[in-house]
Each structure stands twice: as structure tokens, then as C-alpha cells.
Design a protein around this ligand. Structure first.
Ligand code: GPK
Length: 834
């Protein structure tokens, strides 16, 4: 109504389909146009910031054009689409990634070079999109990258947080959090969609349908508008462009003009403030559930807007709602988006008029669920009274889902009260709680873990009874993967050039099985030399980065020993720094002559602690205190350096990972679901020092035991050790005791501040088994050192490892999901460009 009809002009259509020319003059023209008309600057007043923005907008033009063509094509052929729902997308930067995908990097470097800018400096002007905490959020970003590059019609759905992952400052050795105001400067990589806006309701009351007992009308006057912002996701070597659609709370309609006119200015904007906060901040929790009411409302805003959008798109086909699973597959990235299940039920029953059984069948065929952790503190549970107040209709639907589920179980296992209590979606504790993992499991047709060991563990623990009831086939494994575009080609140009030479072309970037040819290069002297030099160059680049961010000078000739990830007790950064302290202790005992024989080592840490995680923050303080003492000890010099790089991010990882010789993945066995940086390190020619946990195990299987350093107790031994340590005093070995002694004698400042860390081991039952694993950890380090001294063998390990890493591409992972869970096929737009 009131809108012009679709365009009948074929010239218009032809223009929209003809690809923008790729020559230097066209690029230059487009950059200048954006500089002058999008940013109101002249070439004479162009600084590197505006050079970035103008270039980025000109690249974005190309992406948006392809975005349109991709969506037009997919809707024309009626392609089934995968919707990846995730509260986190840890995207990082886009400019370089897009230039590589479009294969226009050299062209842009040339054009910018003509006006006196280095492409590397321009790339550095971009801020990370840090809408995630760690592995889970980065996995989501890698998966949409793979969907686009493998031509699967796929969208990510998430929230457009105004403040992403906080910026970490280190002040006096402590972490201090500052807001990440990433949207303060223009963001070329999002496209606002004012016309894609949905109302999302909260609170209110229910009116029962007079005819159908389970159908309700939900009435409330608390309604917020969620507006879409689209982030194009360039596919590499294809014309497909994917999309991440992020919701932002729109507040204009909530301005209270009457209150304003009456002089109540604060009251006038109160409603706006209440709404906006819903999409203001990313909760900085990794592997922990905070259980805050605002978080629940955030999750619902996300789920409701997303489901409304998916259904609106489906309804354009005119097909009956029961056919939704034929055109849409929805993947739940952990339990955070689980409210999508009752929200779809509500829409289908209350608004679309389906029967309960039709709605349930449609819902369970549409949803699938990925679990990412077994840590009890991470399990999402919401108090029933809270859910009932905020989402009365959904609470009712969850009760009914639970009732029907328990009835069906009761039929098959009559009188097993304990079984019913164990599997109930409602936990009958003092105050009732909704167990989101159980709801996600019951409402999905497939449940998967993220590495083989993890998928086994969830079948034996949290989902044990569900396996018995719903059958083995529902519970499967999908080992994680990482994008070779960002995590090799983009972050490691020198090694990538070598691989391209060995393979003969760039096809490996979309097909890591091609890495196999590296195996034939392992004895090629020249190749080996270049391989080593590429690593040394990456180490020199990291040394510069370390100097710039910490002021510490490190030598690229040392062994680079890296642990970068969220700070968490289960990841055991504490064990690492205790190992460093023990090393320092030994070095101090040696004569100067003995010390000259020691292998030089740079120990690098980086990672953020959740703002409220006190123990993790003390670990950061301890690392920085040790660094300060060790680095200024003239006796030690370059033999040992300790570095904590502040503000770990995707971009920091792109500097750090290609420069590592050895990286540590040392979680207590059975606690790290998969890990994904382990894959990135090995793909960049680094070697792992790790426990028999998560994807370390499968990496070891692929690269061979010569190429990985394992230590520590095994997952099936953990319970027994923990049980023992609950009743017996843990006994640190001499090495660990020496480290404790050094701390307690105030070597690293006032020992009192670190005593709680020691107490957690000696008096708190040593839950993460430091006393158990420390001796083998020290031995493993010795083995690493001996191996690194055999320079030639080390290069062999590095090349062989990379050649055997095909399995850990996110392309392989996404293909498995597509075939075994989503039932969806690639739909390439136009021709391949590789
Ligand atoms: C798991 F439960 C969670 C979480 O809240 N955040 C998060 O990043 C991680 N994860 C696991 O800890 C990793 O082992 C895993 O590789 C990653 O998710 C992706 O699956």
C-alpha cells in the first residue's frame, strides 16, 4: 500500500546484476567518491582513518551487491536456509578478510600506495567487532564464514551490542575493565534495516481461548522494537555472500511526550533507557551462568525477533507452516537461544492456529542443539517465578512441553519416580528452576558435542537418561573447526605463500585436504629453510607487537611458549605460571656458566577474566608480578622473559598464533569441551603441549604422537583423584613446593595477595588437580626443550603437522552439520572464482 510496484525496468535490473569493474581506475574512483560524499572530506585532508573508511565503504559496495544477488537467487530457487542462532559472534576485523575473499587485496594496496598509504597501516585503523567472549563466539563466526565460502545458504542471528567484549587494561598488574565503544566511529560492515523491525513483548497477562484449551492470547503493554542490522559475510572464492543479522533495541517510540511537556524530563526518557539497555552490553561470562534477569530479557528479545523474522520470510512462500522444517534449519549455539523453542510453539499455536501436536512436530524438526561445556557452573537455569513474571506464556508452554514429555516417559518406564525427577525440565529444588539444557534437548531433533571426548562425556553425564529415553542416534559428535581463511591465509601471509607454491594454486584455502602435498616437501632443503624463516618472521612481528603493547623487549631467537585464552581455573593458567616460577627458581640456583647453556624462552600469556571472577583476576596479577621480577632480573637476562599481553582479541590472536613455537592447552582432563585455538596454533606450524582433553586428542590422532606433547592424568581418572583429595591433604612435589615457597617468601611482592591461590590447591581440595599433574607437566616441558634444540627435527614436526590438519577446517565441520543435521545442500551463485 502506497508503495511503488516492483521494478519493470530491465536496464535497472541489468545494472544491479553487472559486477562492479575491478580495475584500478574504478577502485580509485569509488574510494574518492566515498571520501568526498560519504565522509565529506577532500583528498588533501585524508588521514589514514579516512583512507580506511573510504576504502572500506567501497569494498562494502561490492559485498552488498553480491549480498543482494545471493539472497535473490536463494529465494528464487526456494533454497533451504540454515539459521545459526548465537548470542555471540566474535568476528574481529573485516576489511582484510573481505579484500582477500574478493581477491582485490593487491589492487587496493596499489591504489592506496599511489596516495602514500601502506595497506597494513590502513588495515590497522579498523576496530574489532568483539561481540563474543571466546571460543563459542569465535566458532559462530568461523561457521558463517564456512557457510558462505562453501555456498550453503546460511545466516547467523545475534544481538548488536552497543558495548562488546570489554577492553582490558592492566594497571599495577591488575585487570581493569573499560567499555568497548566500538560503534563510536562509523561501522562500514553493518547495514541498518529500519524496515526490518519486530515488536517484542514482556510481562502482561494471558487470556485463554474459549474454544481451544491450550491456546492463549498474550496481552501486555510492555513492547519493545527490535531492529535488524545486517553484517555481510564474504565467501572466499565464490560469489556467495552470507549474512549475520543482529538485533538492536529501538527506542524512539518510547519517548513520553506527555511527561516531557509536564517537565518530567527523566521520566520522559525512562522507558527508552529501560529498552535500550537490553542490547547495550554483552555479558562478559565465559563458561559461567550469571542468572541475571536482564540477561533473560536479552535472550528473549533475541529469540522473539529472530523467530518472527524467520517465519515472515517463510510465509512469503505461501506454504503451510508445517512445512517450515523443509526450508529452515535452526541451530542453537549452546542454551542461550533456547527460548526460541517455546517462542516458535507460541507463534505456531497462538498466532498461526496449529494444533499442539502439529506445532511440536514442526518445532522439533526445525531445531538442533549444540552443547559446549560440562562445567556445572555454566548450566543455564532460570527461576520459575522470574520466567513466569517476564514470560508468562512461555512458562506455560514449557510446563506443557514438560508434562507431555514426562507422560511419554512414564508410559515407557512406569513408576520410575527417580528417572522422572532427574529428567524433568523443571528442577524441583527449594525454588523451582527451568533447566535450559533439558529444554533444548527435548525440543531438538539432534544434540551434539564439539569434540569426540566431549560428545562421549555428555552422553554419560548430563544427557545420560535422555540417551536411554530418546535413543543413541539423537546424540552425535561434531568436532569443531576453524576457518582457514582467517586463521591461515589472512594471519600468516608468508606461510600461506609457501603453501600456495607447494600446492600449485590457492585451492587449499577452501579445501585443506590439499595440505597433504606438504608431506612431500618435508625433505626439501630450500622449502624447510623458507618454512623456518616464515616462523622467525612471524616471531619478529610478535616481538614488535609485544614491545608496542607492553614495553618489554623479547628476542625472536628464543622459544616462544604461548598460552592465550580466557582466564579460567579449569584452563590452569595458574599451573603454567607456577611452572614459570619453578623455572626461575632453578635458573637462580645455577651458576652463570650453567645458565648460558639454557634454552632461551619467552612465555606469553593473554586473556580476559570475567569481571566478577576474583580468582581469575588474581591469577592475572600473579602473572604480571612474576613478569615484573623476572624481566628486570639482570642475572636472568634473555634466558627467561614473561609477558602478559593486555586486551586479548581476535586481532591480537592473529599476531600471536602464527608466532608460537609451542602453545599450551592444559585444562584438567574432561573439562575443555574442545578448544579451537589448539587447531589454529598447529595450522600455523606450532606444536601443542597439552593434556589428553578436548580436541587435543583428535589433533594428536591426526598429526601423530611424535608431533604433540601430552601429559597429565586422563579424564576417566579425574573423579577418583578429586574424591581422594577431598579427604586427603594434597601433596605438592618438590618442584611445585619450590614455586609455592618462592611466592610465600615475597619474591613477587606481598605474598598475602596470592595466598588464596595457593590455598585453593592445598586447602580447597585441589579441584583442578595441579598437584596431580604438575610432575608430568614439568617432564613434558623438558621433552619440549630437548626437541626444540633438535632444530631439524622440529621443522619436520612443524611441516608434518600442518600437512595433516585438514580435519580441523570449519568447512569440514559445517559440511558434516549440513549433511547430518540440517539436511541442506550448497547453492552456489554464479561461477566459482578460484
Ligand atoms: C563453552 F560453555 C562455553 C561458553 O560459555 N563459552 C565458550 O567459549 C567454549 N565455550 C568451550 O569452552 C571450548 O572448549 C570450545 O572449543 C568452544 O566453546 C567452542 O565449542
Amino acid at each position: 500500500q502506497g508503495k511503488t510496484p516492483a521494478c519493470e525496468d530491465n536496464e535497472f535490473r541489468a545494472y544491479s546484476h553487472s559486477e562492479i569493474a575491478r580495475d584500478a581506475a574504478t577502485i580509485k574512483n569509488s574510494v574518492v567518491m566515498h571520501l568526498t560524499t560519504t565522509f565529506l572530506r577532500t583528498p588533501d585532508s585524508m588521514d589514514s582513518g579516512h583512507a580506511y573508511l573510504a576504502s572500506a565503504f567501497s569494498v562494502r559496495d561490492r559485498l552488498l551487491q553480491r549480498w543482494n544477488l545471493t539472497n535473490e537467487y536463494h529465494s528464487n530457487i526456494g533454497a533451504k536456509t540454515i539459521y545459526y542462532m548465537s548470542l555471540e559472534f566474535l568476528v574481529g576485523r573485516t576489511f582484510d578478510n573481505a579484500l582477500l575473499a574478493l581477491q582485490l587485496r593487491d589492487e587496493y594496496a596499489g591504489v592506496l600506495g599511489d596516495v602514500g598509504f601502506r595497506l597494513e597501516d590502513i588495515i590497522d585503523e579498523e576496530r574489532d567487532a568483539a561481540l563474543g567472549n571466546g571460543g563459542l563466539g569465535r566458532l559462530a563466526a568461523c561457521y558463517v564464514d564456512s557457510m558462505a565460502s562453501s555456498n550453503y545458504p546460511g545466516w547467523g542471528y545475534g544481538l548488536r551490542y552497543r558495548y562488546g567484549m570489554f577492553q582490558q587494561q592492566i594497571i599495577n598488574g591488575y585487570q581493569v575493565e573499560a567499555p568497548d565503544c566500538w560503534l563510536d566511529s562509523p561501522n562500514p560492515w553493518e547495514f541498518p534495516r529500519a524496515d526490518v523491525t519486530y515488536p517484542v513483548k514482556f510481562y502482561g497477562h494471558l487470556v485463554r481461548d474459549p474454544e481451544v484449551s491450550y491456546r492463549y492470547k498474550w496481552e501486555s503493554n510492555v513492547v519493545y522494537d527490535a531492529m535488524a542490522f545486517d553484517m555481510p559475510v564474504p565467501g572466499y572464492g565464490t560469489e556467495n555472500v552470507g549474512n549475520i543479522r543482529l538485533w538492536s533495541c529501538k527506542t524512539n517510540g518510547l519517548f513520553d511526550l506527555n511527561k516531557f511537556n509536564a517537565g518530567d524530563y527523566q521520566g520522559a526518557t525512562g522507558g527508552q533507557v529501560a529498552a535500550q539497555i537490553l542490547t547495550d552490553v554483552l555479558y562478559p561470562n565465559d563458561n559461567t551462568n550469571e542468572g541475571k534477569e536482564l540477561r533473560l530479557r536479552q535472550e528473549f528479545l533475541f529469540c522473539s525477533a529472530t523467530l518472527q523474522d524467520i517465519i515472515a520470510r517463510f510465509k512469503k512462500t505461501g506454504k503451510p507452516m508445517t512445512q517450515l522444517p523443509e526450508l529452515a534449519a535452526i541451530q542453537l549455539n549452546d542454551t542461550h537461544p533456547t527460548l526460541g523453542i517455546p517462542e516458535l510453539m507460541r507463534i505456531l499455536i497462538d498466532e498461526e492456529g496449529l494444533s499442539w501436536d502439529e506445532a511440536w512436530d514442526t518445532t522439533t524438526k526445525t531445531f538442533a542443539f549444540t552443547n559446549h561445556t560440562v562445567l556445572p557452573e555454566a548450566m543455564e537455569k532460570w527461576p520459575v517465578p522470574m520466567m513466569d513474571k517476564i514470560l508468562p506464556r512461555h512458562m506455560g508452554i514449557i510446563y506443557d512441553i514438560n508434562l507431555f514429555f514426562l507422560q511419554s516417559v512414564e508410559e515407557r518406564f512406569p513408576k520410575d519416580r527417580e528417572l522422572l525427577r532427574n529428567i524433568s525440565i523443571i528442577e524441583e529444588s527449594n525454588s523451582q528452576q527451568v533447566r535450559m539444557a533439558y529444554l533444548a534437548c527435548v525440543g531438538s531433533h539432534k544434540v551434539n558435542g564439539v569434540a569426540a571426548i566431549h560428545s562421549d562425556i555428555i552422553k554419560q553425564t548430563i544427557f545420560k537418561d535422555f540417551v536411554r529415553i530418546q535413543g543413541e542416534d539423537k546424540f552425535i559428535n561434531k568436532t569443531n573447526g576453524v576457518s582457514p581463511r582467517r586463521w591461515v591465509n589472512e594471519c600468516n601471509p608468508d606461510m600461506s605463500r609457501l603453501i600456495t607454491e607447494a600446492v600449485g594454486d590457492r585451492s587449499w584455502i577452501n579445501d585443506l585436504t590439499k595440505l597433504k602435498v606438504l608431506e612431500s616437501k618435508v625433505d626439501d632443503k630450500e622449502f624447510r629453510q623458507s618454512w623456518w624463516e616464515a616462523k622467525q618472521k612471524n616471531k619478529a612481528r610478535l616481538a614488535e607487537y609485544i614491545l608496542a603493547t607492553t614495553g618489554i623487549n623479547v628476542s625472536p631467537d628464543a622459544l616462544f611458549d604461548v598460552q592465550v585464552k580466557r582466564i579460567h581455573e579449569y584452563k590452569r593458567q595458574l599451573m603454567n605460571i607456577l611452572g614459570v616460577i619453578y623455572r626461575y627458581h632453578r635458573l637462580k640456583q645455577m651458576s652463570a656458566a650453567e645458565r648460558t647453556k639454557e634454552l632461551h624462552r619467552v612465555v606469553v600469556f593473554a586473556g580476559k577474566a570475567a569481571a566478577g571472577y576474583w580468582v581469575a583476576k588474581q591469577v592475572i596479577k600473579l602473572i604480571n608480578s612474576v613478569a615484573e621480577v623476572v624481566n628486570s632480573d639482570e642475572e636472568i637476562g634473555d634466558v627467561l622473559k614473561v609477558v602478559f599481553i593486555p586486551d586479548y582479541s581476535v586481532t591480537a590472536a592473529e599476531y600471536i598464533i602464527p608466532a608460537s613455537d609451542i602453545s599450551q592447552h592444559i585444562s584438567t582432563a574432561g573439562t575443555e569441551a574442545s578448544g579451537t585455538s589448539n587447531m589454529k596454533f598447529v595450522l600455523n606450524g606450532g606444536i601443542i603441549l597439552g593434556t589428553v582433553d578436548g580436541a587435543n586428542i583428535e589433533i594428536g590422532e591426526e598429526v601423530g604422537e611424535e608431533q604433540i606433547f601430552f601429559f597429565g592424568c586422563l579424564a576417566h581418572e579425574v573423579d577418583e583423584f578429586r574424591h581422594y583429595l577431598r579427604f586427603h591433604q594434597p601433596k605438592p612435589d618438590e618442584a611445585l613446593q619450590a614455586a609455592f615457597d618462592m611466592i610465600q617468601s615475597n619474591t613477587f611482592g606481598d605474598a598475602h595477595i596470592f595466598q588464596p591461590l595457593i590455598d585453593a590447591v592445598l586447602c580447597g581440595g585441589d579441584v583442578y588437580l595441579l598437584t596431580v599433574d604438575f610432575p608430568s607437566y614439568v617432564e613434558a616441558h623438558k621433552a619440549v626443550e630437548a626437541a626444540y634444540r633438535q632444530h631439524d627435527d622440529w621443522v619436520t614436526k612443524s611441516i608434518l603437522s600442518v600437512s595433516r590438519m585438514a580435519k580441523f577446517s570449519s568447512d569440514r565441520a559445517v559440511q558434516e552439520y549440513a549433511e547430518e543435521i540440517w539436511n541442506i545442500e550448497p547453492a552456489p551463485v554464479g561461477k566459482s572464482t578460484v
